[in-house]
Design a protein around this ligand. Sequence first.
Ligand code: AMP
Ligand code: ZN
Length: 464
Amino acid sequence: MYLYNTLTKKVEEFIPNEEGKVKIYTCGPTVYGYAHIGNIRNYIGHDILDKTLRYLGYDVKRAMNITDVGHLTSDSDSGMDKMEVARKREKKSSMEIAKFYTDAFFKDFELANCKIPEIISSATENIDMYIKMIEKLIKDGYAYESGGNVYFDISKLDNYYALTNNKEDELVVGAREGVEEDSNKRNQADFALWFTVSKFENHELQWDSPWGRGYPGWHIECSGISIKYLGEYLDIHGGAVDNAFPHHTNEIAQSEAYLGHKWCNYWFHNEYLIDETGKMAKSKGATLRVTTLVEQGYDPLAFRFMCLNSHYRKQLLFTYDALKQSQSTLNKLRRRISSIDGEGVLEEDKFNYYKDKFIKELSNDLNTSNALTVLYDLLKDDDINGYTKIELINDFDKVFDVELIKDEESVDSELQSYIEDAIERRKKAKENKDYDEADAIREELLSKGIKLIDTREGTSYEII
Ligand code: AMP
Ligand code: ZN
């Protein structure tokens, strides 16, 4: 298996710390709002990594956090805690907000057929671990208390910027948008491990600590959870590209200073899902969820399929046209597969030939679109019997996970319930005299090849 490693800036052979076992940490969502499809693209990338390693026979253990405290609006040490922003916006408690958006997140996550990692832990569940780490970092001279907060002193490290290796980051720290100069810091690039809450501050979640009542910084949360549940040596840690700096850079700094040795060998970063405005971002108000796509009548796996058709290290432009195209290709693929006569006995040589090709593509830094080409080549091959084909398709779908084998009946019944639902929505819109909406629903169906026919008895349809 070869993977691009952000730490070395190269595609490298993946060699785990312990033979046959892989420990992966995935940065989880900040649950102050709905996860948009951009967030989910990142988790689909992690899911493919996870499932590929399992497919290759590794024993995978993966952990993911839920950020329910400490992630400030600047992604650095200034601005408001995002959970506080949501608490004020929705007039609920932080825990209510966290519960609501965590549940919504996992719903979308599962709709996209992402496997839930073995370990899920919330930032608020591990405060003792962060305090233990921060105490040691202070004792060993890596961290200092200043103005009530505790900061990590980056000048104590030789190679703080190892992950990004980008001197520009160094220059822009402290001058990044929304990041204010902090007179408490020895170096402007130092980062907060613990925030102490002043009595004038209205921060709901706070805990006792040796430095006063307060709450942990965002970065220490992932180091703490990873070390607590996966141990001192991690194989792969990932997120999207924006996590590399400052989040992962800070995680490496504090984890390695705490542990006294190298912590994680491979850093895995997914590129963005973008729209016409650029990166899809919660902070820009992006609200397009996987659930929204389902409500609009799309199969959530059409979105997953769209992600598989591009490489995880390339930006992916989301448009409805592209989604429709992806939906129609996936439907055609399923129909074609369901028409295969699965008779025969296993042709082992041919099975292994295609399986090897499939593995070769995935092992090349998760080249999912080439792996799909192997599937198309298989479907075109007349020299292989139906039984072997179906066995291979089932096998490939352990990684793709787009339900390639779906009998036509269930495709049809899904389509039928979508059409019925759309007819109902249109009827309601008409009753409310919202004719624009009613027309939009008619157009929506038409764009999918479904023509509505209004009669005195009601509305029927025709597939065109
Ligand atoms: P957040 O909930 O904002 O902490 O984000 C959850 C994860 O989604 C993080 O790893 C982000 O880096 C990632 N992410 C945010 N926006 C995008 C996007 N447009 N495309 C891909 N990943 C993203
Ligand atoms: Zn993280």
